[in-house]
Write a protein that binds this ligand. Structure first.
Ligand SMILES: *Cc1c(COP(=O)(O)O)cnc(C)c1O
Length: 220
């Protein structure tokens, strides 16, 4: 297996600086990440804490590592020293732990709140009431986190209208809270779209897409 350079060029041209491409490298070896890095790419996404920590050790230190999986509080400490952006934050207790570990590392860690937009029960994330409640909680006390946007995953479906509607819904929440009056919460990043649905996500206002299999081939 090797990276699909042609696809990479095609996608970066398509994004044209309007959206950040996070290359999702979970399960893929360090050499393939290095190959994309050598083409100039710097943003990579991983789902598993141990795998991310190992790859961080092995690979160039100017990579911007995005944690896009479901993060357990007891594992925050392993990625807090270096993680660039945590996409899947779905509760206050996790935010507090990220804040605590960020403080220990003398950093401010950027986070996205994950919103549940899909029909499937299994996907993680906040519903709109929980999002409102979380944003209304005493976030300003958490001085070492910065909430800089929202993240969501659409249903795994062939129904393009359904996927569009789910992304539109996330965009509407993003717009609704864009001017939230808390210093460490400014929604600027809207992380939505994967290999199968990133074109729809871009149409619906995404400015960060997370793409794995189109670049690295299918995962086992
Ligand atoms: C694996 C994963 C992706 C990338 O999926 P592809 O279909 O391979 O592009 C994007 N986002 C999240 C949260 C993932 O877990």
């Amino acid at each position: 297996m090797s990276i699909n350079t042609k696809k990479y060029q095609e996608i970066t041209t398509e994004l044209n600086g309007k959206a950040t491409l996070v290359a999702v490298s979970k399960t893929k070896p360090a050499e393939e990440i290095q190959a994309l890095y050598d083409l100039g790419h710097r943003d990579f996404g991983e789902n598993y804490v141990q795998e991310l920590a190992d790859k961080y050790e092995q690979l160039p230190k100017d990579i911007r590592w995005h944690f896009i999986g479901h993060l357990q509080s007891n594992k925050v400490k392993y990625i807090a020293p270096f993680v660039h952006l945590i996409h899947g934050v779905d509760g206050l207790s996790l935010l507090k732990e990220i804040n605590k570990q960020a403080l220990k590392n003398n950093r401010i860690i950027d986070c996205l709140l994950q919103v549940h937009i899909a029909r499937e029960e299994t996907k993680f994330g906040l519903n709109s009431d929980e999002l409102q409640a979380l944003l209304s909680s005493s976030l300003s006390e958490l001085k070492n986190i910065h909430i800089c946007g929202l993240m969501g995953m659409a249903s795994f479906s062939n129904n393009l209208d359904l996927i569009s509607a789910e992304f539109q819904y996330l965009k509407s929440l993003f717009d609704k809270y864009a001017a939230w009056p808390t210093a460490n919460c400014q929604l600027q990043t809207l992380s939505m779209g994967m290999s199968a649905d990133y074109k729809i996500a871009l149409e619906e206002g995404s400015n960060m897409v997370r793409i794995g299999s189109l670049l690295f081939g299918d995962r086992n």
